[in-house]
Design a protein around this ligand. Structure first.
Ligand SMILES: [Zn+2]
Length: 251
């Protein structure tokens, strides 16, 4: 499942194809993903010029010179296909630029979403209004985290997954961050985004697997394996989701 670093890598990877480009064709190939595509998506985006790409939490934002902002979420299995060609079975949206690039939103399980707002998406889009700070922003530091967690009695993992405390953290990176407990969570995420550079090299490969990392996690998915400290990684279930950790060094 794409987490924040994968979405960040996706946005950085798409930007060179889209920023400054006019959209000459915008097509959908089915009526919906998790929810319907905006009815006027093609009409409002066709002919517009993309001014900027950005990310907020696990959403990508494609902004145009009409002050329209297309907000996409990759859900469980979404990715952008950049190698062009014709639409395949799981390609649900096409953006074609004046430079001839054809970008397909590919999502076999269709838990992703595409929305369109006019005006500042951070102020308008409902999912953005209640979000906490970005984990890589200056607003997210030890002092903020201490104040946000003060008086809260829930497990730290649940707190870090709470999107109103910090935006965009998912199960994998929270497990990894907690294993690196002496290091701020921002360090964990920054390292993962740096690792995204290797994904970007594959960005034009025939597979076009934009935005997914090699899964060399420290603890995630490694039940029974050895931690760096020599301890053995265990799996427990918290709030219905797997938590992987090392009881020897994580206390
Ligand atoms: Zn350990």
């Amino acid at each position: 499942m794409p987490e924040l670093p994968e979405v960040e890598t996706t946005v950085r990877g798409l930007a060179p194809f889209l920023e400054g480009q006019r959209l000459v064709t915008v097509s959908t190939f089915r009526p919906d993903l998790r929810r319907p595509f905006p009815a006027d998506l093609a009409q409002r985006l066709t002919g517009a010029t993309v001014t900027h790409l950005a990310r907020r939490a696990k959403y990508g934002i494609v902004s145009t010179d009409r002050d329209d902002h297309m907000i996409f979420h990759l859900g469980m299995s979404g990715r952008w296909r950049t190698e062009g060609g014709e639409a395949g079975k799981h390609d649900h949206l096409l953006l074609e630029t004046g430079a001839g690039h054809r970008l397909f939103l590919h999502d076999p399980r269709r838990f992703g979403s595409v929305d369109l707002v006019n005006g500042d998406p951070l102020a308008i889009f409902p999912a953005f209004v209640t979000l906490g700070p970005e984990p890589l922003s200056d607003d997210f530091d030890a002092a903020y985290l201490a104040s946000a967690l003060a008086g809260r009695r829930a497990p730290i993992k649940a707190m870090l997954l709470d999107q109103t405390i910090v935006a965009g953290l998912g199960n994998i990176y929270v497990c990894e961050a907690l294993n690196m407990a002496r290091i701020a969570p921002t360090r964990v995420l920054a390292a993962a985004i740096a690792a995204g550079g290797s994904t970007l090299r594959d960005f034009l490969s025939p597979e076009g697997d934009l935005g997914y990392f090699a899964k060399d996690w420290r603890v995630y998915g490694r039940e029974g394996e050895r931690c760096e400290c020599g301890g053995t990684i265990v799996r427990i279930v918290q709030s219905g989701r797997s938590t992987f950790y090392c009881p020897k060094c994580q206390r």
